[in-house]
Write a protein that binds this ligand. Structure first.
Ligand code: SF4
Length: 315
């Protein structure tokens, strides 16, 4: 039997058990069965690539992979952090795979995607947090699939000064970094991170690469209040974040943070309305929204929204 992620790290092992709650009827997904799903899986294994879709046990994998929308997770399958919501294995990661940028680019070319999302584990063990490797992956995708737009979903690069400079030259189309939850819950949910470090990263990227779209996401159902969520929206807008995603937190195992409650579809709609009112170019808010869910379609909407904004400003 393989070791479960929560048994590989003392912080996770020592957490009390939180019974997993039954999901409400609005969170039901189909098991992945399509031929395309198996094709994508074979391609990933053949190129020795990891996906966050599998590692995070994402509920949308059947739908996304049936459209070949896989989100590759670079720099290994082992994370140096132990966030209370995350299913990715925690431990001492292996050295970076020098062939990974080429293999990711090959996979993107084979999948024939219009838009790809690349994410990674946290690599606090590396001097630059893995930023140079991330940038190399972007460069290789640009060379292999010049028509594909690229979104990167990165760690916070805490205590890694200069990390953002690696992205300035390669200029991905979308820079995504999730705040994940409200600041009050950081010590229990995201203990290795700092709320204002993440906000500062988003602001710095926008300042250095003005044409880029920035994006950030929140999980709800962890005990946050509506007022706290609205404050996070204001903080994101102050950092000029363009696109907000909000989805329901789902507890991966009994060793992970407990769900406080299931937020209703109407409340998700309400959050989307607030986000639009606060000036986000786009807001995706639903129980199954995830950072990379429908990312290609949303990128087209983002571009259209910016064009509309620019043309109305010119009138
Ligand atoms: S929502 Fe994102 S992580 Fe989940 S299956 Fe789709 S692409 Fe993968």
């Amino acid at each position: 039997m393989s070791e479960s992620p929560s048994h590989r790290h003392p912080e996770k092992r020592n957490r009390p058990d939180n019974p997993i709650q039954r999901k409400p009827k609005w969170i039901r997904v189909k098991a992945p069965t399509s031929a395309t799903y198996h094709e994508v899986r074979k391609l990933m294994r053949g190129l020795n690539l990891t996906t966050v879709c599998e590692e995070a046990a994402c509920p949308n994998i059947g739908e996304c992979w049936s459209k070949k929308h896989a989100t590759m997770m670079i720099m290994g399958d082992t994370c140096t952090r132990a966030c209370a919501f995350c299913n990715v294995t925690t431990g001492q990661p292996k050295p970076l795979d020098p062939l990974e940028p080429t293999n990711v680019a090959l996979a993107v070319g084979s999948l024939g995607l219009n838009h790809v999302v690349i994410t990674s584990v946290d690599r606090d063990d590396l001097g630059d947090g893995g930023a140079a490797h991330f940038a190399e992956v972007v460069t290789c995708i640009r060379a292999a699939a010049p028509g594909t737009t690229i979104e990167i979903l990165t760690p916070d690069f805490k205590d890694k000064p200069g990390a953002v400079e690696h992205f300035t030259a390669v200029a991905p189309d979308v820079f995504n970094h999730n705040l994940e939850t409200v600041p009050r819950l950081y010590p229990s949910i995201r203990p290795g991170a700092r709320y204002f470090t993440s906000l500062a990263l988003l602001a710095e990227v926008k300042q250095r690469i003005p044409g880029i779209f920035t994006k950030s996401g929140l999980m709800v159902g962890l005990g946050e209040t509506r007022e706290e969520v609205l404050q996070v929206m204001d903080d994101m807008r102050a950092a000029q974040v363009d696109f907000l995603t909000i989805g329901q937190y789902l507890q991966p195992t009994a060793k992970h943070a407990a769900i406080d409650r299931f937020v209703t579809p109407d409340e998700f709609e309400e959050y989307a309305g607030f986000a639009r009112g606060k000036g986000f170019l786009l807001a995706a808010s639903s129980p199954l929204t995830r950072s990379s869910y429908h990312a290609g379609e949303d990128f087209a909407k983002l571009r259209a929204a910016r064009l509309a904004q620019l043309s109305s400003a010119a009138e």
